[in-house]
Design a protein around this ligand. Structure first.
Ligand SMILES: [Zn+2]
Length: 171
């Protein structure tokens, strides 16, 4: 092998290595662009809750601030009038159509809805959860609200809906 042959062989090897390095650089460049895109996505994504953190429990409606109370009450009215009354009450003259003006009804129906949210989640409450909701929460609540001495009793008069101020009268 002559000196020239050696030189040509060396140059050919060098050309191959340069081509390999250029390919590697292109690949690195593509990786950098991909990582930058991922970083931008991560920075703009909303903070996600970790798996271990349970969702915060809804506070009882009487423990809310005035503004939060209004929002929770409108959600309660939608739940009661669109779901509870059509399914479980029906056209009952013993049910006050403006039930939300009776504080006792608001408290009891909000408690009923909290129990509904908890007990109808069968993954957490088990398969008997919905049955317990009907037995322990729905039936006693409807019985109490429509009882002769219940909050809607005064609304059955010909004058219709009336708020009884029971406590202030006999305190
Ligand atoms: Zn009423």
């Amino acid at each position: 092998m002559t000196y020239t042959d050696d030189r040509i062989a060396a140059e050919a090897g060098l050309t191959d290595r340069v081509a390999l390095l250029q390919n590697a650089m292109h690949k690195l460049g593509a990786d950098v662009i991909r990582l930058q895109t991922q970083l931008t996505d991560l920075a703009s994504a909303p903070a996600q809750r970790t798996e271990e953190e349970p969702p915060a429990a809804t506070p009882f409606i009487f423990n809310l601030s005035r503004d939060a109370y209004r929002g929770e009450l409108s959600a309660l009215v939608a739940w009661v009038d669109d779901f509870l009354v059509p399914v479980y009450v029906g056209p009952d003259p013993g049910w006050c159509p403006v039930w939300w003006e009776h504080h006792e009804a608001v408290g009891r129906l909000h408690a009923l809805r909290l129990a509904y949210q908890e007990l109808t989640d069968t993954a957490a409450a088990g398969g008997s959860g919905p049955g317990r909701w009907h037995r322990d929460h729905l039936d006693p609540t409807l019985d109490r609200l429509r009882a002769p001495g219940g909050p809607f009793a005064a609304c059955l008069s010909p004058a219709g809906h009336r708020i009884e101020r029971r406590q202030s009268r006999f305190a």
